[in-house]
Design a protein around this ligand. Structure first.
Ligand code: IPE
Ligand code: IPE
Ligand code: MG
Length: 246
């Protein structure tokens, strides 16, 4: 039986998050500029979005650009922003056709106007779609998200819209960029690095972590199936004993 058929027999993760890493090294291995890696990375994005949507995954979050990535060389940042615009233009119809809703998360005020215009056009077009939610983490940092969350709640307390005794997990969730989305079940990071790099620190509290050496431009749907298969073989105990959950 092939892997696709095998994974169809067991429950899928509801929410998959991916740290798409290794574009630069992929290009370097071929004696090319880093941007060549980013260009090829967009092909993997297209493939994986489509595969997740075909499988019926509820929610996919892709780490496309971190708050720390603003510190990269100016030219790389500029080219990444242009790539983003062209990908959004190219993929908008496909997202619509596949009933996918685009939901950008991050400090979007920092994005160049051209990017945010294109982004919000696709958000508008896809807003009523009822299939997979595609969260695109752009100018995203988890610490930035937490600071923003604390400020928003603080403001509401100041204006008597909420009492501080009422603060609980639900209230925090409602003030994160990912509001109302399910917790991450499976976090995948490509390229062999084993760190979370300021990604979804609150939301991955009980995620299963999966690291693969495959560089992002080489990541195929078979690699996705492998990650899901690995996830399905794990026992998620959430603090209980094996007997309790078994
Ligand atoms: C991930 O690939 C893409 C972004 C962070 C935008 P990298 O550009 O980090 O690739 P490596 O890690 O240098 O190989
Ligand atoms: C994390 O990758 C950010 C994205 C994939 C968008 P980086 O390549 O920027 O992470 P570090 O700095 O090596 O941890
Ligand atoms: Mg990297």
């Amino acid at each position: 039986m092939n892997l696709e058929e095998t994974i169809k027999k067991f429950p899928y993760p509801k929410h998959i998050a991916i740290i798409m890493d290794g574009n630069g090294r992929w290009a370097k291995n071929r004696g090319k500029l880093r941007i060549f890696g980013h260009e090829n990375g967009t092909k993997s994005v297209k493939n994986i979005v489509e595969s997740c949507s075909n499988l019926g995954i509820q929610c996919l979050t892709l780490y496309a650009f971190s708050t720390e990535n603003w510190n990269r060389p100016k030219l790389e940042v500029k080219t990444l922003m242009s790539l983003l615009i062209s990908s959004l233009k190219r993929e908008s119809d496909k997202l619509q056709k596949n009933n996918i809703r685009l939901n950008p998360i991050g400090n979007l005020n920092l994005l160049p106007l051209k990017v945010s215009k294109e982004l919000f056009q696709v958000v508008e077009t896809t807003k009523s779609n009822s299939g997979m939610v595609l969260n695109l983490a752009l100018s995203y940092g988890s610490r930035d998200e937490i600071i923003n969350c604390v400020k928003e709640i603080g403001e509401k307390i100041k204006n008597n819209l909420i009492s501080f005794e009422k603060i609980d997990e639900t209230v925090i969730n409602q003030h994160l960029y990912t509001q109302n989305l399910p917790d991450v079940d499976l976090l995948i990071r490509t390229s062999g690095e084993q760190r979370v790099s300021n990604f979804l620190l609150w939301q991955i509290a009980y995620a299963e972590l999966y690291f693969t050496k495959v560089l992002w431009p080489d990541f195929t749907e078979q690699d996705l199936y492998k990650a899901i298969d690995n996830y399905q073989k794990r026992e998620r105990r959430f603090g209980k004993t094996s007997e309790q959950v078994g």
